[in-house]
Design a protein around this ligand. Sequence first.
Ligand code: 13P
Ligand code: ZN
Length: 280
Amino acid sequence: MKFLDAEFVQGFIRMAKDGWEQGWHERNGGNLSYRVKPEEVVSVEENFEKKEWQPIGTFVPKLAGEYFLVTGSGKFFRNVAIKPEDSICMIELDGSGENYRIVWGLVNGGRPTSELPSHLMNHEVKKNATNGKYRVIYHAHPANIIALTFVMPLNDTVFTRELWEMATECPVVFPSGIGVVPWMVPGGKEIAVATSKLMERYDVAVWAHHGLFAAGEDFDLTFGLMHTVEKSAEILVKVLSMDQGKRQTIKVQEFRDLAKAFGVELPEEFLYEKLYVKKD
Ligand code: 13P
Ligand code: ZN
């Protein structure tokens, strides 16, 4: 099969296009990776042209021998659908989980995203935690969630609770909550370690003053998670901009009722009582 005809490649391209259309990927902002299934690798391997091994910059032994479809560093999401062979690549990891090589794509040169260490460390954590179910890691730069990192305390508890309150289905979509990484230099092992630690518990992690990482089973669920968090952040930005304070919100007991009705577990630590001052 031609590489670009494969369903997983088409799904990847569609997600990049959707992200661009949402306005989350200025210039080369953001990156996407997909852990390819063994049967999908077989279906496209006739197209492979294997390049030299390169260091990943971190160590992911539990992903040894796996293949990933990833966006290229410095490549624009806007161009993924138009010239995929120039914008994305498929890589193979070696048996130690320390090196990768390009097997398809980036035909005009280049390398996988500079956030490859974060993507792969998150994949390793999620593969382990979900028995191999999670396959997608997505990093974007949505404006509202980034704006909140300038005005809200940078902690998991407050971010989770405030975003849960902004749209009734949020606790159902991300019941384990949301993690927050303080500002760090992007593109290296240190931020990858901090993010993957949060991914042991959460499916979403905010990078202060930078963006958001989301993890999920497939393209739809991962895109939907990014979309839900950013929508919730947008509502919160609007509410805060009104400068009235909240007149009403979803109450602690109502979160418990919601959890019961939808069969999800919401950790009690996020369900603290708050004092409201109504400004009339
Ligand atoms: P890349 O172009 O290397 O993927 O970097 C974009 C980005 O968002 C860095 O955090
Ligand atoms: Zn980024």
